[in-house]
Ligand binder design. Sequence first.
Ligand code: HDD
Length: 698
Amino acid sequence: MASKADYETVRGNGGETHQRVSEKGPHDAAGHLTTNQGIRVSDNQNSLKSGARGPTLLEDFVLREKIFHFDHERIPERIVHARGSAAHGFFEVYESLADITKADLFQRPGEKTPLFTRFSTVAGGAGSVDTPRDVRGFAVKFYTQEGNWDLVGNNIPVFFIQDAIKFPDLVHSVKMEADRAYPQAGSAHDTFWDWASLMPETTHMLMWAMSDRAIPRSLRMMEGFGIHTFRLVNAAGKSTFVKFHWKPKLGMQSTLWDEALKLQAADNDYHRRDLHEAIAMGAFPEWELGIQAFDQKFADGLPYDVLDPTKLIPEEVLPVRLIGRMVLDRNPENFFAETEQVAFCPANIVPGVDFTNDPLLQGRLFSYLDTQKSRLGTANFHQIPINAPKCPFANFQRDGQMQMNVPKGRANYEPNSLGDAGEETGPRECPATGFTTFEGRAEHEEEGGKLRVRAELFADHYSQARMLFHSLTDNEKAHVASSFTFELSKVGLAHVPPRLVGNLLNVDETLARRVANGIGIQLPKKNAAAREPIDMKPSKALSIQANMKETIEGRSVGILYADGSDGKVIVRLVKAIKGKGGRPVLISTKVGGATLADGSKLKADGQLAGTPSQTVDAIAVVLSSEGCKALLKEGAAVQFVMDAFGHLKAIGHSPEAKPLLDKAGVEPDAGVTDLSDLFIAAAGKRFFDREPKVRTLA
Ligand code: HDD
């Protein structure tokens, strides 16, 4: 039988109860296996049979319970963002923000608030790969002392659509096609581009989705955004508009498209593994939370509408103020219980934070609560430990499937006078500290009426798409043009690409020409714009390459060695890489390792054939002449070097390894070095100038 210690106290609506079996699972105090009814199991290997060779008996309640439970292990996956990885951590506020918000977590400098963060891809199913070209979800649940606040954003600062009523169309078009159920986790197909080309408001987001932001190197190296304009409200009831930003400590970094494709083959779980291993190693991922705070007057002076989620406010126009940091320092103990069952909802806000009338946000406020009922099966999903607030909560909501609490007494209605009879009366509303919605009347009182319309400035679909394109480096621009080319090359409906290029003509004529040329079609006529785009100043903050950190911190360096390699060189490299916060990965043809020049054996971290160079950020090739000769006949070794060169990575090598580099087509440049400190410095960079040597971009 389970002991008292195996039960945990659950605080709920009705007070203290003892009812939830501990996380240790179904075994009793003595470590014995039990059924879910607490009956000790004597044999977990054989079902109950009528004779050794006879049929299994229906009577076997141990077997039936085990299979019954197994049959129901899955819950519906998320309709979008199904594939995700998450971690626990904390938020630490730098200074009091009492001047602009009364939100409890922002009051006391240095105070930490526990949180749970889940990253995700959007289009693919739960079992799909980690590195498709896709937007990444960036959802943070803050367990504040005044309730849960969920900031459910993405790694891109704008969204595809302006109004939630278009969300089902967006998702239907991008997901697997309805009749054939492919492609999985990819937008490069007919229905997505058919829809997107008919929806000019998607253009700005398409530019982001076709940029390197959509193929991040690591979840730890992505920015995050709350996207919508929210409000902060202070104790005096004053509202300040705000946009939220997450800035990664390791800087932003992306893969190349060819690298992302090859990662899909090398490691389906590349991002999930990277996050888990970094936390397990104690290299805790960290982001700073920043805000762009502004008032109505500032908003009125902008040439776009701050309620339009397809628009951003450039940092050069309104700087980001850093207000705290998030550190992820604990992996989930159970993927299903935590990462799968976590239920985010943009409607979860706390006093001091409020919504705006952004029509996309308004629709989201309904959708997430609704989806949880369907995914988690009960209105009591908030009682699941990962979703439960960590502050006390109490109300008169009762019953429902999977009710975990046992409220005491008769008080399940309000008002009541049960107190007069000495009974529990239950909780009461609190006008002083309870959540009050910001009135916001002044901002929309001129609107009047009930209308199915969009505000005037929402009709500008192209100005910011153009601004983004002009903010990128030449190499990034070429990546955008090439991504459009790749995606449209997969579209079978001949009338769709010209329509999309017709939209791009409103963004930038050179971009449109490059894409048309890339897919081999005539340049179409420009599609009429609902509102003529304007020229905005480029924003350097939007480029990854212009802001990349030259560092191997948080990155991996692959060291390829073989029989006869010089151990001293390897030891020096390992030390230097670790010294800069990088992770050395020893790679040899056998995972058992190789025999070095001094006769010692060095075990490898990875076998060459299973650890291709796309899994690391730079490579050092440490070979003797004999070792090199042997590897010249290994396709995996040649490919290892060829891909590192093609993916614009630093390649350090011993002089004896040169024939392997020659066979892999490596041409000398600043990224090809000896194994001295030159290599350690180069390993923190990507050599974008090399790209025209290795592939033709659009
Ligand atoms: Fe959404 C999940 C982000 C618009 C409806 N969304 C979901 C997740 C993220 C986002 C990160 C995964 C949360 C997790 O890790 O569990 N969604 C966004 C952003 C949007 C956005 C940044 C626009 C700015 N979403 C959006 C709209 C609707 C939804 C307009 C519906 C009207 N989103 C959902 C959903 C999901 C979801 C169907 C699927 C699973 C879930 O909520 O819990 O309700």
